[in-house]
Design a protein around this ligand. Structure first.
Ligand code: C5P
Length: 208
């Protein structure tokens, strides 16, 4: 059984890359960001606060991984709310347990998030850390929102990304950082196809 762990900040391209990798190797894929987003959305929809750890942990224990819908969870505001509940250890404990159970599916899995290589799957056969400059990520995220018919201002998106990076990298429990044995892929000047080829070369070499 093989596990591929992919971490990195928001809008670095790790989601697209993870889906391509899972498709190429015939592995199951879990975008763990969706699990944090689902908890945030469940709280918002129920009119519950985002700053009560036991309420959020209760919602986290109810999350069904098979019911995660990217389309309804992708809103920018839900990502911001997700990063608020993601600082809570009790929430992380519940979601990490579900993610670890997923990671054991045969014939192999690809999990992407912030702490996969460091906390969720520290024994993963392959670890990638996918990153890009905040400016490039903000431009990509803005273009994505505009292409989807929404409105987005570059400066606002950039400051949102910088705030989210600071929250994800600065938290005490499972901060975003590359595992010591992660391979770095900086996609700032890469097309998704080039990044995919780079990832494949690393994975093939590691699985040989
Ligand atoms: O990757 P995505 O933008 O969907 O993640 C939303 C938020 O969920 C992140 O900003 C982060 O705070 C949190 N997250 C996390 N650990 C993960 C995946 C996501 O803390 N493994």
């Amino acid at each position: 059984m093989t596990t591929i762990a992919i971490d990195g900040p928001a809008a670095a391209g790790k989601g697209t890359l993870s889906r391509l990798i899972a498709g190429a190797y015939g592995f199951h894929h879990l975008d763990t960001g969706l699990t944090y987003r689902a908890v945030a959305k469940a709280l918002i929809d129920a009119g519950l606060p985002l700053d009560d750890e036991s309420v959020a942990a209760h919602a986290a224990r109810e999350i069904d991984l098979s019911g995660l819908d990217r389309a309804t969870l992708s809103a920018h505001a839900i990502g911001d709310a997700a990063s608020k509940i993601a600082v809570m250890p009790e929430v992380r404990r519940a979601l990490v347990a579900a993610q670890q159970a997923f990671s054991r599916k045969a014939p192999g899995t690809v999990l992407d998030g912030r702490d996969i290589g460091t906390v969720v799957c520290p024994d993963a056969e392959v670890k990638l850390y996918v990153t890009a400059s905040p400016e490039i990520r903000a431009r990509r995220r803005r273009d994505e929102i505009v292409t989807g018919g929404g409105q987005a201002d570059y400066a606002t998106v950039l400051s949102d990304i910088e705030r989210r990076d600071a929250r994800d990298m600065g938290r005490t429990d499972s901060p975003l950082r590359p595992a010591a044995d992660a391979h770095l892929i900086d996609t700032s000047t890469m097309s998704i196809e080039t990044a995919f080829q780079a990832a494949r070369a690393i994975i093939d070499a590691a699985l040989e």
